[in-house]
Design a protein around this ligand. Structure first.
Ligand code: NAD
Length: 432
């Protein structure tokens, strides 16, 4: 340890910030910053930067027309220092091992910020679900799961849904694993249908968590919920639930958007009506609750809170100066890239980082796992209360850390997470 401390350059291979960022490089750039502030020793830094295990598998499938096609599958365990690793499985035609590695690290920091006893992982299959039949998707899922039987397990690595995977796919993962184990093992995967050991409140959990930390941030700035103005980008699972719950708290949702349109109404959009419209028509387009504006204008609306809840890289150096919200609550993963950080900091915008703002989902996944293991299921009230308690505690811990080091909440969150994992690693020790 002493020898390492004497080295003139403490870090190896610092993560470069390219001209055009991708969200994972953005995330790693923030990791570097927090590691530097913490004075993380080089050995621990390198340990935490690299995944502990990366698996690439071939998934041969007999397609409906009789052809045999081979798909590539991945599972990356970033680390399991805090507990079994946890992370979703995505099905995507252009997914790469690098992307899965970065997403796995993201999960480690998210779980650590939330004080959840899980490490981080991510999985993927390179496939285009729009070109597959349900039978082919089931075959891919079952073969992927059986190839990874020695990785998965309720005490080892617990997958969940991610891009293009859903409750049904999680049910197939659970069933395949259970068939091989010769017993029903619901806790091997979360995000399952309720009838199969899923948790009440899981669907709304990310939006609910986002609403809770947004209210806390508003309190810090002395903004009262009643009448506070909010713009929400993305009206899917996360965005629509956050908008609905904030509206229930008295906030005025003055802007909403989805892939089809963006709408503005300074008097407040009727969110229940917008939800009913989307339930019937799938997209917001055609909904008469507001004036159509451009997608860019939505992000630049004068408001108290902006909730980017659609996708990554929406706020960058190109538009950060035009964002007028006092608070940004990142419902999506990676909506703000690292080049926007200093601009927002300079303006005094309070940014609730993704690894905190959208961590309600993984928190209720943890509850699902705990309920499955106990074989005892909680009421919705209990799920929501415990989620609120954990979100509030984590927000306060991140806020204190940021104040202690005089850094934005995002770096505070990374400091909190990295410090926790590094301390646990040191106490456990490096085996052999
Ligand atoms: P979703 O597919 O349900 O909704 C996405 C919404 O964004 C849709 O309304 C879509 O029309 C809209 N959208 C897409 N592109 C857009 C664009 N260019 N401009 C404006 N709107 C656009 O997805 P979701 O589950 O709500 O996830 C949204 C984000 O939150 C993703 O970044 C996801 O990784 C993240 N997230 C989701 C969860 C969860 O539990 N669902 C948990 C953590 C993080």
């Amino acid at each position: 340890m002493e020898r390492a401390a004497e080295r003139p350059t403490p870090y190896h291979e610092p993560t470069p910030i390219p001209d055009k960022e991708n969200p994972f490089e953005s995330m790693m750039a923030r990791f570097d910053k927090a590691a530097e502030i913490l004075g993380l020793e080089p050995g621990i830094y390198n340990y935490l930067k690299r995944p502990s295990r990366q698996v690439i598998i071939s998934i041969p499938i007999q397609m409906d027309d009789g052809r045999i096609e081979i798909f590539e599958g991945y599972r990356v365990i970033h680390n399991d220092i805090l507990g079994p690793s946890k992370g979703g499985i995505r099905y995507s035609p252009d997914v790469t091992l690098d992307e899965v590695k970065a997403l796995a690290a993201w999960m480690t920091w998210k779980c650590a910020v939330m004080n959840i006893p899980f490490g981080g992982a991510k999985g993927a299959v390179r496939c285009d679900v729009t070109k597959l039949t349900p039978v082919e998707i089931e075959k891919i899922t079952r073969r992927y799961t059986s190839n990874l039987l020695d990785i998965f397990g309720p005490d080892r690595d617990i997958p969940a849904p991610d891009m293009n995977t859903n409750e049904q796919i999680m049910a197939w993962v659970m069933d395949t694993y259970s068939m091989h184990m010769r017993r029903t093992e619901t806790a091997v995967v979360t995000g399952k249908p309720l009838i199969l050991g899923g948790s009440l409140g899981r669907r709304e959990a990310t939006g609910r968590g986002c609403m809770i930390v947004t209210l806390q941030a508003m309190a810090k700035l002395g903004i009262k919920p009643r009448g506070a103005t909010v713009a929400v980008q993305g009206f899917g699972n996360v965005g629509s639930v956050t908008a609905q719950l904030l509206a229930e708290q008295g906030c005025k949702i003055i802007g909403i958007s989805d892939v089809s349109t963006a709408l503005h109404n300074p008097k407040g959009i009727d969110i229940p009506k917008a939800l009913a419209w989307v339930a019937k028509n799938k997209l917001l387009e055609g909904f008469k609750g507001g004036e159509p504006i451009s997608q860019e204008e939505l992000l630049e609306l004068q408001c108290d809170v902006l909730i980017p809840a659609a996708m990554e890289e929406q706020i960058t150096a190109a538009n950060a100066a035009k964002v007028r919200a006092k608070i940004i609550a990142e419902g999506a993963n990676g909506p703000t890239d690292a080049t926007a950080d200093p601009i927002l900091q300079e303006k005094g915008t309070l940014v609730i980082p993704d690894i905190l703002a959208n961590a309600g989902g993984v928190t209720v996944s943890y509850f699902e796992w705990a309920q499955d293991r106990a074989g005892y299921f909680w009421t919705l009230d209990r799920v929501n209360h415990r989620l609120e308690r954990m979100m509030r505690q984590s927000f306060d811990a991140v806020y204190e850390k940021a104040a202690e080091f005089k850094v934005p909440l995002r770096i505070g969150a990374y400091i909190l997470a990295i410090d926790k994992v590094a301390k646990t690693l040191k106490i456990r020790g490096i085996y052999a």
